[in-house]
Design a protein around this ligand. Structure first.
Ligand SMILES: *[C@@H]1O[C@H](CO)[C@@H](O)[C@H](O)[C@H]1NC(C)=O
Ligand SMILES: *[C@@H]1O[C@H](CO)[C@@H](O)[C@H](O)[C@H]1NC(C)=O
Ligand SMILES: *[C@@H]1O[C@H](CO)[C@@H](O)[C@H](O)[C@H]1NC(C)=O
Ligand SMILES: *[C@@H]1O[C@H](CO)[C@@H](O)[C@H](O)[C@H]1NC(C)=O
Length: 388
């Protein structure tokens, strides 16, 4: 499948300020309405969602391999400061983030008036920008030596703080209905650009392509050391309908790794275009991803019920399957199927209506400097669907 080569140019680093942009959404901002069986409950009918933290009991308190909390204090600690345990692997994060000029009525059940988190109030416009900033902040804490790249529509009017992230416009159709398809195209264009620049790179640089509504709470460089042979990694969960999540993709920064990751993503893109254009705009990429894996590596589907990482070959690409519980952990909304926070959790995903919690968690961390305690807060309030 031919992918038009989008024009890429790096923008000068500017200031992370938002001027006159009527509405901004991140890819992940759209997630509240994705019907993810077993993970996200169906869209709520009650319009009133809490505008403040709601704490409930912490799941997993009877399990020694899970975070134990007393109130908001962690009794056992997750990982250790990644600075003290730096893997030595250099990682660049990339996220697709774009702006919109209008919101079509009917696909937004979040009230448009401003919401307050801590001492800041956010207009609708500012919310996803705040999510993006918080995403950046967590990475700066957990992986201070990593780079951050924001892949964006050349037409979107965002700029980022000097030194915190690089804005990289990639041509494409970022309209809402096309966003998930465009995201794969943007990833491909980005990685192809990295191949062009490959010989000029001074060091090996791996890539982690993610949604922006995540908090990185541990060092991800370890994946590349611990599993030295994969080209591309994705996260799985034990969910028949959607076992694979596209919100976290890791790519080994070798020429071979990037080349094979591009091949793999092109197959996902081709499958999406061919089979899933009519699927919900949020689910097409996950369905296409699962289809590609299933057609080349059906045995993978037997392993999703175990919570262990494994590798398999998908049409020439060595794919590492990582458990969502560690690399894409979502607070236990509803029934709490994750049974608490695994002690080795690396990535927390604030899917759907948990966006307020992401900012509240950051504020809590800012005042306590304790990631483990912050995870107790997330664990205890993750069942709530917030207003943000
Ligand atoms: C560093 O992190 C890795 C992976 O998270 C872990 O296996 C290892 O035990 C840690 N090392 C130390 C000294 O804590
Ligand atoms: C909010 O403002 C008060 C008073 O200025 C300050 O004490 C408090 O730390 C602030 N809280 C946050 C979350 O910034
Ligand atoms: C972009 O994609 C949307 C949704 O698929 C489509 O309706 C629109 O025509 C496309 N725009 C362009 C300029 O191709
Ligand atoms: C498998 O990979 C080959 C070589 O990269 C490619 O030409 C082919 O289209 C792929 N097969 C499928 C089913 O995508």
């Amino acid at each position: 499948m031919a992918v038009p080569r989008p024009q890429i140019r790096a923008l000068r680093r500017g200031t992370l300020l938002l001027f006159l942009v009527p509405l901004i959404y991140s890819v992940s901002r759209l997630q509240p309405w994705a019907p993810e069986k077993g993970v996200c409950l169906p869209p709520p009918t009650a319009p009133k969602r809490p505008d403040h933290l709601v704490l409930g009991p912490a799941a997993g308190q009877d399990r020694p391999d899970r975070l134990q909390c007393r109130g908001l204090r962690a009794l056992n600690k997750i990982g250790i400061s990644s600075e003290e345990n730096y893997s030595g692997e250099h990682v660049s994060f990339a996220t697709v983030f774009t702006t919109y000029n209008s919101v079509s009525a009917g696909d937004d059940n979040v009230p448009s008036d401003s919401v307050t988190v801590g001492n800041s109030s956010y207009s609708k416009i500012e919310r996803s920008m705040a999510i993006l900033n918080t995403f950046i902040s967590f990475i700066k804490v957990s992986m201070p030596r990593s780079d951050l790249i924001i892949l964006t529509d050349p037409g979107s009017k965002i700029s980022v703080n000097q030194g915190t992230a690089t804005l990289l416009p990639v041509e494409g159709n970022y309209s809402r209905g096309n966003l998930m398809l465009q995201r794969i195209k943007t990833y491909i264009a980005f990685l192809e650009q990295k191949l062009v620049e490959f010989d000029r790179m001074e060091r090996l640089n791996h890539f982690v392509l993610t949604d922006s509504d995540i908090a990185v709470v541990g060092d991800l460089g370890h994946i590349f050391k611990k599993y030295p042979h994969f080209h591309l990694a994705v996260t799985f969960r034990n969910n028949k309908g959607q076992p694979l999540n596209s919100g976290f993709v890791a790519v080994r920064g070798t020429r071979d790794g990037i080349t094979n990751a591009v091949e793999f993503l092109k197959q996902v893109l081709g499958t999406y275009s061919l089979r899933y254009m009519k699927a919900s705009r949020m689910l097409g990429d996950q369905l296409a991803l699962a289809w590609v894996v299933k057609s080349h590596l059906p045995s993978a589907f037997g392993k999703f019920s175990k919570n262990e990482a494994f590798t398999g070959e998908v049409n020439g690409t060595s794919v590492l399957f990582l458990p969502c519980a560690v690399y894409n952990w979502t607070p236990p909304e509803g029934a709490g199927q994750f049974h608490g926070v695994p002690l080795d959790v690396k990535v927390v995903h604030f899917k759907g209506s948990r966006k307020r919690l992401m900012l509240e968690a950051w504020n809590f961390y800012s005042s306590t400097s304790k990631l483990s305690d912050m995870l107790c807060l997330i664990l205890r309030s993750g069942r709530t669907k917030y207003d943000f």
